[in-house]
Design a protein around this ligand. Structure first.
Ligand SMILES: NC(=O)c1ccc[n+]([C@@H]2O[C@H](COP(=O)([O-])OP(=O)(O)OC[C@H]3O[C@@H](n4cnc5c(N)ncnc54)[C@H](OP(=O)(O)O)[C@@H]3O)[C@@H](O)[C@H]2O)c1
Length: 153
């Protein structure tokens, strides 16, 4: 078995998003998160937004995301289907339409152990979403990200 080496981060299985953030403020940062309205992504969105970041959530069902994130400030929801390259390009174009950089891109959305289905191109859905979708999203949204330069002091 591969030896397990502790990272020594101080975090563990019971660590919450608030524990990780501590008293850090993220005002002025623009975050893009895929799947930020369910599961781990929902908690991440809540935590980042509560620390002052502006969080742009890509969701395949914006109506469902609006309901999940009702009452959370600093959040913007937009349509994104990672299994559809046209949707990824359109989401990235809208993300980069203004002058604001993307400081943090969280490629969180994914599916696991789903019944066999294929996207419009014929790719198996998990491969299409988790691998092809993720790398397209990174390429598209990362075109104008400058985390070091743009991070407020
Ligand atoms: N939870 C775990 O134990 C665990 C372990 C290892 C890795 N992960 C990974 O961590 C990430 C989050 O996990 P989770 O447990 O929070 O999952 P989750 O509750 O199932 O949430 C996944 C999110 O991804 C979104 N999504 C799925 N397919 C999408 C698509 N084609 N386009 C856009 N968004 C899509 C979902 O949108 P909908 O709301 O529309 O379904 C949902 O918002 C996933 O990538 C997962 O594979 C999780």
């Amino acid at each position: 078995m591969t030896p397990q080496i502790l990272l020594g981060s101080g975090f563990g299985p019971r660590t919450t998003a608030s524990d990780v953030l501590g008293d850090r403020r993220l005002d002025g940062l623009r975050v893009v998160i895929t799947g930020g309205s369910a599961g781990v992504g929902l908690e991440t969105t809540r935590a980042l937004a509560s620390a002052g970041a502006h969080v742009r959530v890509g969701a395949r069902s914006p109506a469902k995301a609006e309901a999940a994130l009702a009452g959370v400030a600093n959040v913007e929801i937009d349509s994104l289907d990672l299994a559809d390259p046209t949707s990824i390009d359109a989401f990235a174009a809208r993300t980069l339409a203004g002058d604001d950089p993307v400081h943090i891109l969280l490629n969180n959305a994914g599916i696991m152990a789903v019944p066999l289905s294929r996207d419009a191109r014929g790719f198996e859905s998990q491969l299409a979403t988790n691998h092809l979708g993720l790398s397209s999203s990174r390429r598209a949204c990362g075109r104008r990200s400058s985390p070091r330069e743009a991070r407020p002091s």
